[in-house]
Design a protein around this ligand. Structure first.
Ligand SMILES: [Ca+2]
Length: 260
């Protein structure tokens, strides 16, 4: 045991080439600055939650250790991640954002539509986290939390069509989630236009040599509007039926009725 008047032993410090070979004396270099500059740390992601409105939750996230990779962001609606009853949604921060290009690289933006179940008039706090590229710390993004409050009449127009998922099996086959379900009064539901019943399973088709993927529904092909729509609907690439070139009748195409 050290007695009180004894000086504490000096730490053995690494030399410039990184190995320890003695005590550090006679220098005015701050040892912690020296060590920190030579220690490989897993730095936490940076980013921001820029907006949480009824038209979407958006922001950006980047891991400075993997600056050209797109990382995930997790969005928690109703409280911090891990709180009982709070739903979290993973979204890829891979959208190009011109304002990020110079400092962080372009492809680090994210955008998440507000799930329909949150259009119930209740006010909630939205939290967003950057997910470390190497399983490190996932920090709360700058600007979070933000307040979100959406009423049923603010549901996006593309959602305001009733298509009945006739069975629990169809609900599962379309990979719907309880968060997708808007809680509407009977009167609100009756006021919405009703489309054809949803097919029991999604049918995705693509002509070989073409990029466009369509949903075959109600006798027509409805081209999927964007890759983000494909992802938001939880469609799987493996489920796409590839068709020989020219085999899809032009008459089946419904260019004005894109799948959103
Ligand atoms: Ca990191």
């Amino acid at each position: 045991m050290l007695r009180a008047h004894q000086p504490a032993p000096r730490p053995r410090l690494p030399t410039e080439d990184g190995h320890v070979d003695g005590y550090w004396t006679g220098t005015n270099v701050d040892p912690w600055t020296f060590i920190n500059a030579r220690t490989t740390c897993n730095r936490a992601p940076v980013g921001a939650l820029d907006a949480a409105t009824c038209t979407g939750i958006s922001g950006w996230a980047q891991d400075p250790d993997a600056p050209t990779r797109s990382i995930s962001a997790h969005v928690s609606i109703g409280g911090p991640a891990g709180t009982a009853g709070v739903r979290s949604f993973a979204v890829q921060a891979d959208r190009s954002r011109a304002d990020l290009c110079a400092t962080y690289g372009c492809a680090h933006g994210f955008s998440l539509p507000v799930p329909a179940s949150f259009f119930d008039g209740r006010e909630r706090q939205v939290y967003a986290y950057g997910i470390d590229a190497s399983n490190g710390h996932n920090p709360l993004l700058a600007g979070a939390p933000k307040t979100l409050k959406c009423t049923p009449d603010q549901l996006p127009p593309t959602s305001r069509l009733v298509q009945r998922a006739v069975s629990a099996a169809a609900f599962t086959a379309w990979k719907f989630d309880s968060a997708d379900v808007a809680a509407l009064t009977d009167a609100d539901l009756d006021a919405l236009p009703e489309g054809s019943a949803l097919p029991p399973v999604p049918t995705l088709v693509q002509e070989q040599g073409r990029d466009e993927v369509s949903v075959f529904e109600d006798g027509v092909l409805r081209p999927i509007a964007a890759t983000s729509v494909f992802a938001a609907n939880r469609f799987q690439t493996s489920a796409i039926a590839r068709q020989t070139p020219g085999s899809l009748e032009t008459a089946l195409r419904a260019a004005t009725a894109r799948w959103r």
